[in-house]
Design a protein around this ligand. Structure first.
Ligand code: PLP
Length: 395
């Protein structure tokens, strides 16, 4: 049967593909040490699950308004004011099936075919695919380990053409963990105003910030910036709620209206039960956030400490999220026991999976050849075993 050219050209999600490869090996009985997936290993806190059960018991099992119920929109506004000191109105909020869906909504609502969307590399695997899906054109701007994987204002200005519609920014970043310093963000914001470019700020990791780093929302640099900013966030990472599929946008009212129209035709509302759970996540006890962060911080120190001692690896310390992103290119050209050589990051990941049963994601998937990503959203025991195996593999 025919499948469309647009979808045929689409690359499948590399992180999901890497996890599938690891599962294949596991199904054969191999004990694979798995570091591919970007989701907290914690279960959703009890009080949030209880709110979902209460919602079911209360009969909240029907369609809701297309972009979500008012109490959740209000809770999102209140939480944003509480956490970041910036005011939004419920009419500026749309709720969708996860932050990934929210990103698609923004691109579909704001971009015309042929519009250019600037994406600093390394970028999260889905960004370029989501841009292409709406017929827009990703414009990749390379950032380096030396600059902490942050795009400068000059780079941003240099990438802008008369076709530029949007910048997709992600701080803290998946895959690098880079947190843009406040002055670097402000410099980007000034360019966005000067050149009238929309900034889609994906702030899904805003609660996962490590000691010594500061998070600032892109919407906090005054009205001229806020009027050109669309914030994407959700409950997946901060509250260990990846399976509940609740994400959202905070955007100027005309964009929210456009997304509402789109979503009403496309998917209707996100799960009613998950919406009630998300209200509890945002308005109930926030203790789970520092608890999970403390655990991630411990793992981060352990992982970085181990990687520093391994031969030929370089990286920039992640300031947020739960990934270590390191350069393995000094190991390219190495011969493996079977006679094959490792020539790139994908070869490296395949050899590591087959030879040491450690699953990482290739940097090629993030527009960063030479690098690999290790997710430390997994328990210490697995991390220790995985890093032992990696160390042995490298030496
Ligand atoms: N944005 C980034 C940068 C991510 O890493 C992810 C998930 O990995 C998402 C968005 C999607 O989040 P959700 O699970 O809410 O769709």
């Amino acid at each position: 049967m025919h499948t469309s050219n647009l979808v045929n050209q689409l690359a499948p999600s590399a992180t999901i593909a890497a996890a599938a490869k690891a599962k294949e090996l596991r199904d054969k009985g191999v004990n694979v040490l798995e570091f591919t997936l970007g989701e907290p290993d914690f279960t959703t806190p009890d009080h949030i699950c209880a709110a979902a059960k209460a919602a079911m018991d209360a009969g909240h099992t029907h369609y809701t308004p297309a972009t979500g119920i008012l109490p959740l929109k209000q809770a999102i506004c209140d939480a944003f004011q509480r956490d970041h000191g910036v005011a939004y109105k419920p009419t500026e909020v749309t709720i969708s099936n996860g932050a990934k869906h929210a990103l698609h909504n923004v691109l579909a609502a704001c971009c015309d075919p042929g519009d250019e969307v600037i994406i600093p590399t390394p970028f999260w695997v889905s960004y370029s695919a989501l841009v292409e899906l709406v017929g827009a054109v990703p414009v990749l701007v390379e950032t380096t380990e030396e600059s902490g994987f942050c795009m400068t204002a000059d780079q941003f200005r240099g990438a802008i053409t008369d076709k530029t519609r949007m910048l997709m920014l992600n701080s803290p970043s998946n895959p690098t963990g880079a947190v843009y310093p406040v002055d670097a963000l402000e410099a980007l914001a000034n360019v966005a105003v000067e050149k009238d470019v929309i900034v889609l700020s994906d702030e899904i990791y805003d609660k996962l910030i490590y000691d010594g780093y500061t998070f600032k929302t892109f919407a906090s640099f005054g009205d001229e910036v806020k009027n050109r900013t669309i914030i994407v966030n959700g409950v997946s990472k901060a509250y260990a709620m990846t399976g509940w599929r609740i994400g959202w946008t905070l955007a100027p009212e005309n964009v929210s209206k456009a997304i509402t129209k789109l979503q009403s035709q496309q998917t209707s509302n996100p799960s009613s039960i998950s919406q009630y759970a998300a209200i509890e996540a945002l308005t109930g006890s926030q203790d789970c956030i520092p608890e999970m962060l403390a655990e991630f911080q411990k793992r981060r120190e352990y992982v970085l400490g181990r990687l520093r001692k391994m031969p030929g690896l370089t990286f920039a310390d992640p300031g947020g999220a739960f990934y270590a992103f390191f350069n393995v290119s000094s190991h390219f050209g190495r011969e493996l026991p079977g006679g094959a050589t490792v020539d790139n990051s994908s070869d490296f990941c395949t050899a590591l999976l087959e030879g040491a049963h450690v699953a990482l994601v290739t940097g090629d998937a993030f527009g960063a050849p030479g690098y690999v990503r290790l997710s430390f959203a997994t328990n210490m025991e697995t991390l220790e075993a995985g890093l032992n195996a990696l160390e042995k593999f490298l030496s």
